[in-house]
Design a protein around this ligand. Structure first.
Ligand code: ATP
Length: 234
């Protein structure tokens, strides 16, 4: 579905990605890990059309996208949940969700606000609370809920469990399982593979803007100890 090939990307003169290749299809969960500054968020920004490629290609369903923009990627069904979640602080939980449904009036998939509330019952309890009143975990659930209402074919999650209580992490993991059961793909960025290990179908490690290791689930399980020590040594 979405493939990044040999991508270089820069912030001004500083090159943040070097020849990065990543791919995720329907039902795939790609876990991307690496230390701070490795380039994980930058890779997601490129996939979401928020940062232009210096060289390389971004392909969707086998077609190269000439100048991907956030609007184009969203229209194709790529939903992006950035690390800072970007919920609207002065709108209620329900209003934050309604905005996504308005932006996607002809749903491709079956996500509704009621289904988001079933997935995250805490959001239903907090439906009248303003974005700015939410805890970090509630904001994360809201950000994922909003992304689901875009009826995504591919969901890009940047550190969705960072700093969250175990009960919220469990809710996010359960949400990922449900999303994958609907044959959407997911790319999940985390500092390490602890949370995504049980969910991922493929694994990539980034270091200094490059892919330092990647493999299928089977390859990861075979080399788990080496991959763990690679991650801890970075
Ligand atoms: P983290 O977990 O800290 O978010 P990361 O692996 O996601 O780390 P990136 O945020 O992609 O890493 O950063 C990759 C490199 O690009 C780093 O050297 C970072 O300082 C730099 N960088 C990131 N965002 C910007 C920006 N907006 N302007 C300039 N440089 C940036």
């Amino acid at each position: 579905m979405l493939t990044l090939r040999n991508a270089d990307a820069c912030y001004g003169a500083a090159q943040a990605l070097h020849q990065v290749s990543l791919s995720a299809g329907p039902g795939d969960v790609l876990a991307l890990a690496g230390r701070n500054g490795a380039g994980k968020s930058t890779a997601l920004k490129v996939l979401a059309g928020h940062l232009a490629l210096r060289s390389g290609t971004l392909e969707f369903d086998g077609k190269t996208l000439a100048n991907p923009t956030p609007e184009m990627m969203s229209h194709l069904g790529v939903a992006y949940v950035p690390e800072d979640r970007q919920v609207f602080p002065s709108l209620s939980v329900r209003e934050n969700l309604v905005i996504s449904t308005v932006a996607h009036p002809r749903p491709r998939g079956g996500w509704t606000i009621d289904r988001v509330f079933e997935l995250f019952p805490r959001l239903k309890e907090r439906r009248r609370a303003f974005g700015q009143e939410l805890s970090g975990g509630e904001q994360q659930m809201l950000a994922i809920g909003r992304a689901l209402l875009c009826q995504p074919r591919l969901l890009l999650l940047d550190e969705p469990t960072e700093g969250l209580a175990p009960v919220v992490v469990a809710a996010v993991v359960e949400a990922i399982r449900e999303i994958v059961a609907e044959k959407a793909g997911i790319i999940i960025v985390e500092q390490n593979f602890t949370v995504p290990e049980a969910l991922a179908t493929s694994f990539s490690v980034m270091d200094t803007g490059r892919i330092a290791w990647n493999g299928t689930k089977a390859e990861y399980m075979e080399n788990r100890r080496d991959v763990m020590s690679l991650l801890s040594g970075l």
